[in-house]
Design a protein around this ligand. Structure first.
Ligand SMILES: Cc1cc2nc3c(=O)[nH]c(=O)nc-3n(C[C@H](O)[C@H](O)[C@H](O)COP(=O)(O)OP(=O)(O)OC[C@H]3O[C@@H](n4cnc5c(N)ncnc54)[C@H](O)[C@@H]3O)c2cc1C
Length: 587
């Protein structure tokens, strides 16, 4: 049999008139079903177009540089020599998912054949759809892999979009507007006390989260990523059982990426059945604005939520076991934040902890240990923000042979591979720092490695940001680490009181600090406290990655008047060329 069929570009989502950047076959080549024929590239994605059938390439109908859309003719294929002709040449024909699995997936089935005993098969299965998981799934799909993305919740986006980065930043924006309006009275502009409609504020925040998660669902659909809703657990190094709303579905896979994230850590013995004891998810749900709020934990998440509730009118108390707030950051960066919130909050207790929390009709009665007076206090709500625990222990990982440590972390190599060669892990579940930008970076490394690219996690730093007011951001080496490691560093700290822009926005408490190698003056680390520190730190991350020295920063013209001048001024301090400050000459 020798049937000539036209092979056309299948449905590639919204992409139209995109460039052909590679033609991977030539006339006379024998191709299997799923052999990649061409690579196309848009400004958003690169993808390979597979053959919907086996056969021999008869004639190519396009070349590198041509523009294609759905339906463009790629080639004529002799679908013979025992290879059945495709039913519909334009779109790859696939064994359909079982009806239930397709319903659970909520979208069109992808072209994969299930292994024996499995309901569907994935070249790459991604377990968990947070920033790590969806990024890995999308990148691997763009690199031509057939993906099944398993997520226990109905929406994609994980903690970051649904109960972390995004909703917290939305509420922090609301908080900033309230406090800035309040503080304008010093400059002669008085606003009335804000009327806060909690229901409306919550709906606004929920709507923007919804917009982002719907956007992710659309991006998954465009890439033909099969999304399966349910809790996944390993059955073997090649199969996961997923408990979906339509029953258990088995997914066999060639490669798996574990991206199950982390959950809230808890202090045992507290009354978690009482809704007035909140975790960060409940705090972001914004049930009401308590009169008195106790925040247990003076780390980033606790202090961000404290900032929100303080601006909305709650009297906030923070209790922290360590001797300072945000223990990972240098103390000089924390001082301006501590000074500001000490004035605004009811109390900040350091070297102290909550020993007991008792539900009473009028609130939660906290008994403190440490230098806290009075030792028993009543709060309307309590936020538990004592850290996050990786979800590695709940996956049946032992059935796949994947090693999980006592805390629930899964160790990986530079390619994000676990101890099992076809299983990768990314994001919060594979180690600190538990941050979304670490998860997405690791996701790309894993996806690219799986697709045969040369990739490794070799970033020099993962920046940290507390989006408090003021913000605190740091990257590279901290001064504490430099001292501990005996590194021969020097530093330049530029006080924002000498920045025209900081003064003009009424926020002169900031500080920008650069740490650099004494001999070469190359940047080693940086820390910023002040408004927008989280945005400003990005320049210094790039500087570190490029191996920049103080001249690179101090001789690059920065726009005036901006807060972005503060790293530039600090570099000028390091070079001794600063004129916006007077530095006495070193003897
Ligand atoms: C309040 C708060 C604020 C934060 N703010 C920031 C910030 O500003 N910047 C920042 O970088 N980071 C922030 N983070 C941290 C950030 O949210 C996480 O680092 C990030 O979400 C980790 O991504 P991930 O993909 O590893 O895991 P996650 O986002 O946790 O996603 C894991 C997904 O896997 C799913 N899952 C787990 N187990 C299974 C299973 N067995 N089967 C199916 N699905 C499963 C979960 O439902 C979840 O959707 C914040 C966190 C919190 C709590």
């Amino acid at each position: 049999m020798n049937d000539t069929v036209e092979i056309k570009v299948p449905d590639i989502g919204d992409f139209k008139d995109i460039d052909v950047i590679e033609v991977l076959v030539k006339p006379g080549d024998a191709v299997e079903k799923e052999t990649s024929l061409i690579t196309v590239e848009s400004d958003k994605a690169t993808m390979e177009i597979p053959s919907p059938a086996a056969g021999v390439v008869k004639e190519l109908k396009l070349k590198i540089g041509d523009k294609v859309s759905e339906g463009s003719l790629i080639m004529l294929l002799d679908a013979g020599a025992g290879a059945p002709a495709p039913e519909a040449a334009a779109i790859p024909s696939d064994p359909p998912l079982s009806k239930d699995a397709a319903a659970a997936a909520g979208m069109a089935p992808t072209p994969v054949a299930a292994a024996a005993g499995a309901d569907l098969h994935a070249e790459v299965v991604v377990l968990g759809a947070g920033p790590g998981g969806y990024t890995a799934a999308f990148r691997a799909a763009d690199l031509g892999k057939k993906i099944v993305l398993i997520e226990r919740y109905a929406t994609l986006g994980g903690v970051c979009l649904n109960a972390g980065c995004i909703p917290s930043k939305a509420l922090l924006h609301a908080a900033k507007v309230v406090t800035e309006a309040e503080e304008m009275s010093r400059s002669g502009i008085e606003f009335g006390k804000p009327k806060i409609d909690v229901d409306k504020l919550r709906s606004w925040k929920d709507a923007l989260v919804g917009r982002l998660t719907k956007g992710l669902a659309a991006l998954a659909k465009q890439r033909k990523v099969t999304v399966l809703q349910g809790v996944g657990k390993f059955e073997s190094p090649k199969q996961i059982a997923v408990d979906t709303p339509a029953g258990v579905k088995r997914v066999s896979f060639d490669v798996c990426i574990i991206a199950v994230g982390a959950c809230v850590a808890r202090i045992p013995g507290f009354p978690y059945e009482d809704a007035r004891l909140m975790d960060s998810t409940a705090a972001l749900a914004l049930a009401d604005i308590p009169r008195r709020l106790l925040v247990i934990g003076g780390g980033i998440i606790g202090l961000e939520m404290a900032c929100v509730y303080d601006a909305l009118g709650a009297k906030v108390t923070v209790v922290e076991m360590a001797d300072g707030l945000i223990p990972g950051a240098d103390r000089d960066l924390i001082r301006p934040l501590a000074k500001r919130i000490e004035k605004r909050y009811e109390a900040i207790y350091l070297n102290a902890k909550v020993a007991k929390l008792e539900p009473k009709p009028e609130g939660l009665l906290a008994t403190f240990e440490g230098e806290v007076k009075p030792q028993q206090q009543m709060f309307n709500r309590v936020l538990m923000a004592v850290g996050r625990r990786p979800n590695g222990a709940e996956l049946g990982a032992e059935r796949a042979g994947v090693a999980v440590d006592a805390r629930g972390f899964i160790a990986v190599d530079k390619q994000q591979r676990t101890n099992v060669p076809n299983i990768f892990a990314i994001g919060d579940v594979c180690g600190e720092p538990m941050l979304a930008h670490k998860a997405t970076h690791e996701a790309k490394v894993a996806a690219e490695t799986i697709a045969g690219h040369k990739a490794a996690f070799d970033a020099l730093t993962i920046p940290s940001v507390a989006y408090t007011d003021p913000e605190v951001a740091w990257m590279g080496l901290t001064e504490t680490e430099a001292k501990q490691q005996g590194i021969d560093y020097d530093k330049a700290s530029f006080p924002w009181a000498a920045s025209g822009r900081a003064l003009s926005i009424g926020r002169e408490e900031g500080l920008t600090k650069l740490l650099y190698d004494k001999a070469s003056k190359r940047i080693l680390g940086a820390g910023i406290v002040g408004v927008n520190a989280g945005e400003l730190i990005a320049e210094l991350v790039l500087a570190l990655e490029l191996g920049a020295d103080m001249e690179d920063i101090g001789l690059s013209i920065h726009p005036h008047p901006t807060l972005s001048e503060t790293p530039f001024f600090a570099a000028e301090m390091a070079l001794g060329s600063i004129t916006d400050l007077y530095l006495p000459k070193k003897p």
